[in-house]
Structure formats: C-alpha cells, structure tokens
Design a protein around this ligand. Structure first.
Ligand code: IMP
Length: 193
C-alpha cells in the first residue's frame, strides 16, 4: 500500500492507532461506571478534542449529553502563550449538572485551569476532567485531572485531533514533530499559499 502525502510529512509515532483505541475503550468503561445514572454533560474542548470525544462516548454505555467550547491558546506556535480566548461558549446550562471536561492534552495547565474556573462559577453538581494526554513535565499550574489516557514526555505531538497550524488532526495515531518536521511543514505551507 502506498503511503499518503500526509504520512510522508511526519516524524516518530508515539502512540499507535491500536494503543489509542484500546486505552480509549478502557477509559470509556471507567467513565461509564463513574457516571452511571448521572446523565453527565460532556464538555468537549475544540478543536483538538473532537476525535477523542467521538471515540470516548461510543465506549461509554450511559446516557449523557454533549456540548462544545472553542478555545484558542497557541496561535500557531508550539509554546503556550498563557492567554486563553473563548471563541465559542456552551449552549447548555450546566447549573446543578454533573459535568466532565473532555480535553485532548494538558500541557502547562493554563487552558484547563481557565476553563475549570469558568465552569465552576456556573455551579455544576460536580466537575471532572478527562484528558487523553498529560504532558506533565511542563505543568505551570496544579490542576486536578481525574482521568488520564497517557502521560507523555515534553514533545510537540500531532494527530488524533491535535494539530500544528491546523494540520495533521486527521492522522489516526499520535506522532512527535521535531524541529525538522516543523520546518518541512512550514515550507510546504509557504508553497501552497
Ligand atoms: P496548556 O494551556 O499549555 O495546558 O495547553 C493546552 C492546549 O494547548 C491543548 O488543549 C492543545 O490545544 C494545545 N497543545 C498543548 N500541547 C500540544 C501539543 O503537543 N500538540 C498540539 N497541541 C498542543
């Protein structure tokens, strides 16, 4: 089978499609048990979290509702700016409800802390967090995370929803982009402008 253009551009695979799928199924079972009978609202943080949510909810055998928040913190860079912008807020009222934040990755923790504070002010019955990836080495603020898919080293990763400059979200696995890959991605971006 010939490789696709997108596969030609990327670095070292950190988590294979099989690794991710089996861990997400486990998380779904754990969360199903935790939230059984609570009809939780899963708050998905876009854009990076959309693929994780889609797989996770299909592994959770409980009634639940979903809502979405679009936030931006990186602005096409690989370092967190520390400034979180809410581009689109929730439509559902979360007061008195069990809420689970579904994140793709926690790095410095600044984005998650900001979102937690924002949602806590709306008086949910409970507020939990599940993140697929925990890049714990660069944590700046201590923020509670109840469920974690994988703890990963301090590398810039893409795939399975995660992007670099809006690209690579549709890779079914997670891969590390090193300096060379980033330069290559940037030069290809220039070529297509
Ligand atoms: P934090 O505020 O530094 O914890 O960053 C959280 C957000 O930054 C995540 O929701 C992602 O959108 C983005 N992010 C952090 N690390 C990576 C990465 O390695 N690849 C892609 N996006 C990342």
């Amino acid at each position: 089978m010939s490789s696709t253009n997108i596969e030609n551009t990327i670095g070292t695979v950190l988590l294979s499609e099989e690794d991710i799928q089996s861990r997400v199924r486990e998380l779904g079972r754990e969360l199903g048990a935790e939230y059984d009978g609570k009809n939780p609202i899963l708050v998905n943080i876009l854009k990076g979290g959309f693929i994780f949510l889609a797989d996770l909810v299909r592994a959770m055998d409980v009634h639940c509702e979903m809502d979405f928040m679009v936030v931006s913190s990186y602005e096409n860079r690989t370092e967190s700016s520390g400034v979180v912008r809410i581009l689109s807020d929730l439509g559902l009222n979360i007061e008195g409800r069990h809420v689970l934040i579904v994140e793709d990755i926690v790095d410095t923790g600044l984005t998650l802390e900001y979102i937690r504070e924002l949602l806590l002010a709306r008086n949910p019955a409970s507020l939990g967090v599940v993140t697929l990836l925990d890049k714990y080495e660069k944590r700046i603020v201590k923020v509670p995370i109840e469920f974690t898919g994988f703890r990963i080293p301090n590398e810039f990763v893409v795939g399975y929803g995660l992007d670099y400059a809006q690209r690579f979200r549709n890779l079914p696995y997670i891969t590390v982009l090193d300096e060379g890959d980033l330069e290559l991605a940037e030069s290809r971006e220039e070529e297509t402008k």
